[in-house]
Design a protein around this ligand. Structure first.
Ligand SMILES: C[S@@+](CC[C@H](N)C(=O)[O-])C[C@H]1O[C@@H](n2cnc3c(N)ncnc32)[C@H](O)[C@@H]1O
Length: 320
């Protein structure tokens, strides 16, 4: 693999593809690819990514949408804000994608098989799911990786939004971690961030000042609706969660992949930490958000490809 190329070599461009082929040598560079991820995954050689994170659509059966609003002060406005001032809201647009599959595992499993093939011997896969799909996908992943390669189910717990009165309000996602080899994987203990003790007075001042390492349950707020991190893309995941995964499960300069990239949260975490990220999404709106969000990491000449109409999946012989 060429040391300066942020993306693994492509065997051949899929049909309808535009490629800007000058490779970018910068560590921390991001490569964006548009289109259905399966044809892309099938084009790459074995063992070319050190870390893969995916956050596939959750199969909620809904269209995932976020409305884009602009608020301006206006005496005749429809909202009243701080100190009684009136504001007018204008709907700028709606971003979204369909989150519905008749056969969810039929869709996901071929992509998970490719992820397994693409991992380096020390590589890991992280699959971000919700409570509706996690059990089915766990069984499928056990079949692909082997049960002994399953290392953790990380629970990302948050505490935001409405609470149903009809059952316990679901306020967590599950992130399944599988290693290519359960004896040889990247887990950089020293890179783990420290969190405060719940009862610091019980552990003494030295330990309390140092904090403790997190367990497999990660408390973290969602992306704040009014915060700077927010892109407006539906289902955007917080950088704090993704930076922890990148920092602990890869090394600077490693090649990392997210093939359901959405707003590019994983790519931003990876680029900030000096990894070489490849991001794929089939939704042109996701690509538009990522181009803006990751502009500073898309150095001139980085390999950037786009296809609005992905061609048929190439056969395995098309790989390099
Ligand atoms: C849950 S979102 C990912 C959100 C992302 N983790 C973030 O933080 O913004 C899932 C994404 O998968 C994309 N997607 C769905 N099917 C795809 C496919 N076959 N190939 C590539 N991307 C796909 C959707 O367009 C959507 O952006």
């Amino acid at each position: 693999m060429a040391a300066g190329d942020p993306s693994p070599p492509l065997a051949a461009a899929p049909p309808n593809l535009r490629i800007h082929p000058r490779p970018c040598s910068a560590v921390g560079a991001v490569t964006l690819l548009e289109g259905d991820n399966l044809p892309w995954l099938r084009r790459w050689p074995d063992a070319c990514f050190d870390l893969i994170y995916i956050d596939p659509p959750f199969n909620t059966g809904r269209v995932q949408q976020r409305m884009q609003l602009r608020t301006e002060q206006d005496e005749a406005g429809d909202r009243v804000g701080f100190q009684g001032k009136r504001y007018r809201t204008t709907v700028l647009g709606v971003r979204g994608y369909a989150d519905r599959f008749e056969d969810y595992l039929g869709f996901l499993v071929p992509r998970l098989e490719e992820a397994h093939r693409l991992l380096t011997p020390e590589g890991s896969l992280f699959v971000h799911l919700d409570y509706r799909e996690v059990h089915y996908v766990k069984v499928a992943l056990d079949g692909i990786f082997g049960r002994e390669n399953f290392l953790n189910e990380i629970i990302w717990a948050y505490d935001y939004g409405a609470r149903t009165r009809r059952r316990w309000a679901p306020k967590h996602d599950s992130i399944l971690w599988y290693a290519r080899d359960p004896e040889r994987y990247c887990f950089d203990y020293d890179a783990i961030d420290r969190i405060p003790y719940l009862a610091p007075s019980l552990v003494g001042p030295e330990k309390a000042a140092r904090g403790k390492t997190p367990t497999d349950t990660w408390w973290h707020t969602i992306v704040s609706p009014g915060g700077r991190e927010k892109t407006g893309y539906p289902t955007q995941k917080p950088l704090g969660i993704l930076e922890r995964i990148v920092r602990v499960h890869s090394r600077p300069g490693d090649r990392v992949l997210d093939f359901f990239a959405g707003s590019g949260s994983f790519g931003e975490a990876a680029a900030r930490l000096g990894r070489r990220a490849t991001l794929i999404d089939s939704n042109p709106e996701a690509l538009a958000v990522m181009r803006r969000r990751l502009a500073r990491y898309l150095a001139p000449g980085s390999l950037t490809a786009a296809t609005s109409q992905p061609g048929p999946a190439p056969g395995r012989s098309a790989r390099a």
